[in-house]
Design a protein around this ligand. Sequence first.
Ligand SMILES: [Zn+2]
Length: 120
Amino acid sequence: MQRFLDALSKGVFASARCRYCHSIIWPPNPVCRRCLSSDIEWVYTDPSKDEIRGRIMAVSESYINGVRFAFIELENGIRLLGRVLDDKQEPSVGSLVVMVGCGIIDDSDEPYYLFKRLHT
Ligand SMILES: [Zn+2]
């Protein structure tokens, strides 16, 4: 988990994958939740270089501190709460998005993920 936060603090998105059953472990955990193996490999992706795509599954109805959040499923099946950056249109369910940044909110261990809509 610390490894995940360390990577995030550098703007890198880390995901853990079980070497034994190959499932993605999310939220990151040192032990695979499916087969209990502790043989984990970390996959690092940098949103400024790698394209991390996802799809909006749900959008929050209200604003939290002026920010509207969306529940996003990434292509690898990871689901997380992200923020879709301002666009002319409201984020809508089913929209394709790409991660443009991630990190840790200052003075906390709270991760954040920023997305923008993909226009295809
Ligand atoms: Zn496993």
